[in-house]
Each structure stands twice: as structure tokens, then as C-alpha cells.
Design a protein around this ligand. Structure first.
Ligand code: 9WN
Length: 449
């Protein structure tokens, strides 16, 4: 498809979306639905911004890291004080970071949430640096962000290895970023929802109810977040969570970012060897704990389901949630993935569940044949641009050039046709959710480069 219209080239249109979403210090995912700074959105946005505005790309990451907590966590939302506090739910009045998060070192000068999102930031910082090394060196960009990124990874590896097997656990579906994925249905079923009257959703004012999570999902999200807050956002033994899941995508992104931190360390004159080794250990732990060779898929591990099981015995595998979410394909981005695992993952991506070999425009967020598949409901089927961008990268990394090229072309076509939709029907490419969405525009710019 030709990507130039009377409104300018696709790249110009994408850059205009990022201009419109820029607040002066960071970029909102959407002016309507998400009017604050989101953690993994900012990482993807910086990856695209670096091609058109490297200074803004650096600032994007610096703004996020300025809201880092004393214990090293990078909050999933940094609230913009210029936006009415009830524009998004749950807003600053719900999270109460400055008071409830004091013990965990929440900063005093900025209001944030208290949960995290996937650690894409070191990868983003490295890519941003490489786009304009002169500017980066002149501003001391890497030497300023490196300690914050190292503390962030330390928090995850030391405070969030709740299963003790070398992987990080998420304690809320919002942390993993694929909020209502069917992978969470079983672990969430144990959580008693907060009553609907206890909160007011704002998302339904901007998005169709059929494209969003249900009220029951929201009740459970609110319950989990409120319990975490009321426990002072404490992790570790006294902060035992009702929901604790090891997720393939979250951990794969941490390993990819650990490789990126190794490159950053080397650029700063230190040895990156220990970090590469840690990334390889994370990759090995992913394979050991989450890979199912018969299914040819990575699955989530529900730590609470395994509580009653002997983790060393064969029953330990029952703790794997055998739902095929796109999260289970994301480890393809890892260079140290065993060759046979990478080959099997490519088969799964091309097969009938994800359809990349034929049948879909873009990879869905969930199994096309799964019982819970819904082509329009958020993370229960629709295709998202960030996960497809990661798959494109993974396919290229593992030598699947033709498949990667087809995916890249489809991403550009669908982004152009939907005005940078938040997510799309995987079969038809029809846009859903917000338009002018930050990471869709940013990753379009990255693919065009
Ligand atoms: C909750 C901002 C975020 C993304 C997530 C996506 C959605 C929020 C919501 O929007 O989550 O964090 O209110 O639904 O699921 O991946 O980071 O774009």
C-alpha cells in the first residue's frame, strides 16, 4: 500500500499524533482515555520518537524515571497535575502514593500509581541513545538514566521473585499490561471483587463497553490495587499477595532490557558481562518454568495455584495457566532462546491459534480458537501494535525475514487505515478503542525507519 495521502506521508501523520499527545515533558497514550504518563507506553513512544525528536525521546524516559520510588519501582502511571484528578479512574486520590507509598519511598513531589508495568525502559534508553549518540553524550543521557534503570531491575529481581525460581511475578493484571487477557481468568477468579458502587469507571465515557473489560473485571482490579495500597505497597514476606503470576512477556522484556543495560554499561566504560549473564539466566528460567514443549508455548505460572502443590513434583505443572495469550510468544525477542524453542514458537505464531502463516492481518492478543476469544474485547482477541512490533523484531532476530517483512507491511497498512488505533480486529484490521494512540504512532515511525 502507498502510505502517502493528501494528509501527508504516514511518517508525518504519525509524528503529528506524537506532537498532539506531547505535554511538554512526556507523551500521553491518548488525550481522551489515558491523559497521564504510562510506563511501558512511554518506553515504546520513546522508541518511535527517537527518529523524529531525539531530545523529546530522552526527556520522555527522564520524566518517567524522575517519578521512581526509593525502593526502585517505576510506577505504572505518573499523574499530570494539570489534568482534573477525576479524568481517569483510578486516579491519584485512589493510589495516594505520597502517603500510602511513603514506606516504599514514593516521591513527595509527584503523584503516581503504586504498581508497575513491563520493564521495556532500558531497551528503549539504549535505542534512543543509538539514534543520536552525539546528543546523548553531550547531555550525559546514559550516565543519568543508568543508575535508575539498574535500581529498577534490582527491585524486580530482588523484591518480586515471589516464586523463588529466578523470575519476576506481577501482583496485578495491570502490571503485565494485557489487562483482561483470558490468562488472568483463573488466578483472578479467587479475588472477591470490590462492590460496583465503591468506584466509578471513567473509561466507558470514551470507549465502547463491548471493547473494554467488564464491570466484574474492574471490581477485581480495584480490590487487588486497594489491598496492595492498604498494605503500604509492601512486597516480600509480609506483603503476601492474593494474585501472583509469573508472566512470559514481562520476564522476556526484563531479559531483553538486561541485555540492553549490558550495552549501556559498556558504552559507559564498565563491563557488561555480568548483565548479559543475568539476561541469559532469566532466559533459562523462562524456559525451565514457563515453557511447555508439547504445547510449543510459554504459559503463565499462577503461584497461588501451586501453593498446595509440591513444586518439584510433576503436579507443579498444574500451576501453568494453559491459555494461549500472545504474551507466550514474546520470548521470541530473546537472543539466547534455545534454537528448538525459537523454532517451535515460530510454528505456534504461524499456526491456527495466531494465524501469522495466513488468516489474520496481525497476530491476535489471544488464541483465535480459544473459548474466550472475542475479536473486539481489549486483550481477549484484538491485535495490538506493541505486541506485533515485538513479534516482528523476534521473527527477524531468529532469521524469519519473510514472515517479519509481511508483518511489518501489515502493521503499517493497518496503522494508516485506522488513524493509529489502540487495537484492531485481527481478522479485518477494523480499528477499536482510542485513535491517535501513542505507541501505535511511535512504533509506526520505528518500522518506517
Ligand atoms: C490500565 C495505557 C494503558 C496500557 C495498558 C492497557 C491500558 C490501563 C486501562 O492502557 O491499561 O493501566 O485503564 O485500561 O491495557 O497496556 O499501558 O495505554
Amino acid at each position: 500500500m502507498e502510505h502517502t495521502t493528501e494528509h501527508g506521508s504516514l511518517g508525518e501523520r504519525a509524528a503529528r499524533v506524537l506532537d498532539r499527545n506531547w505535554t511538554g515533558t512526556s507523551t500521553v497514550p491518548s488525550r481522551t482515555l489515558y491523559p497521564h504518563q504510562w510506563s511501558w507506553d512511554s518506553a515504546f513512544i520513546a522508541i518511535g520518537l527517537r527518529h523524529v525528536a531525539p531530545l523529546r525521546a530522552q526527556t520522555e524516559l527522564e520524566t518517567l524515571l524522575a517519578a521512581q520510588w526509593g525502593d526502585g519501582r517505576v510506577p505504572h502511571i505518573v499523574f499530570n497535575p494539570a489534568v482534573p484528578s477525576d479524568a481517569y479512574f483510578p486516579g491519584p486520590a485512589f493510589w495516594r502514593s505520597a502517603t500510602a507509598g511513603r514506606g516504599a519511598g514514593a516521591p513527595a513531589g509527584v503523584q503516581t500509581s503504586g504498581i508497575v508495568q513491563p520493564p521495556v525502559h532500558a531497551l528503549a534508553a539504549w535505542l534512543v541513545h543509538r539514534a543520536d549518540p552525539r546528543l546523548s553524550r553531550a547531555r550525559g543521557f546514559l550516565s543519568r538514566v543508568y543508575p535508575a534503570l539498574a535500581a529498577w531491575h534490582r527491585y524486580l529481581l530482588h523484591r518480586r521473585d515471589l516464586g523463588g525460581g529466578g523470575l519476576v511475578s506481577v501482583v496485578h493484571p495491570w502490571e503485565q499490561g494485557m489487562d483482561n487477557s483470558p490468562c488472568w481468568d483463573a488466578p483472578l477468579a479467587r479475588v472477591s471483587p470490590a462492590p460496583a458502587r465503591a468506584f466509578r469507571r471513567r473509561d466507558l465515557e470514551h470507549g465502547a463497553a463491548g471493547d473494554r473489560p467488564t464491570d466484574l473485571d474492574y471490581g477485581r482490579y480495584v480490590r487487588l490495587a486497594a489491598d496492595y495500597r492498604d498494605g503500604g505497597y509492601a512486597d516480600g514476606p509480609c506483603g503476601r499477595r492474593e494474585f501472583a503470576v509469573e508472566d512470559p512477556s514481562f520476564n522476556a522484556l526484563l531479559a531483553a532490557s538486561e541485555h540492553a543495560l549490558a550495552h549501556i554499561a559498556r558504552e559507559l566504560g564498565a563491563a557488561g558481562t555480568a548483565r548479559h549473564a543475568r539476561a541469559e539466566r532469566l532466559t533459562a528460567a523462562l524456559v525451565e518454568r514457563l515453557w511447555d514443549p508439547e504445547a510449543e508455548m510459554f504459559f503463565c505460572r499462577d503461584l497461588r495455584a501451586s501453593d498446595s502443590l509440591d513444586p518439584r513434583g510433576p503436579d507443579g505443572s498444574r500451576a501453568l495457566v494453559t491459555e494461549y495469550g500472545v504474551s507466550g510468544l514474546i520470548p521470541l525477542i530473546l537472543p539466547a532462546l534455545p534454537r528448538e524453542v525459537a523454532a517451535a514458537l515460530v510454528r505456534t505464531a504461524r499456526g491456527p491459534r495466531f494465524g501469522l502463516g495466513g488468516g489474520v492481518r496481525l497476530a491476535p492478543s489471544y488464541d483465535l480458537r480459544g473459548p474466550a476469544f472475542d475479536p473486539h474485547r481489549y486483550w481477549r482477541g484484538p491485535a495490538w501494535f506493541n505486541t506485533n512490533w515485538l513479534l516482528e523484531r523476534g521473527l527477524r532476530l531468529h532469521g524469519e525475514r519473510a514472515q517479519a517483512a509481511r508483518l511489518r507491511a501489515a502493521l503499517l497498512d493497518v496503522a494508516a487505515a485506522t488513524d493509529f488505533a489502540e487495537y484492531v480486529d485481527p481478522y479485518t484490521g477494523e480499528g477499536c478503542g482510542a485513535r491517535g494512540f501513542g505507541w501505535t504512532a511511535a512504533l509506526t515511525l520505528d518500522l518506517l525507519d
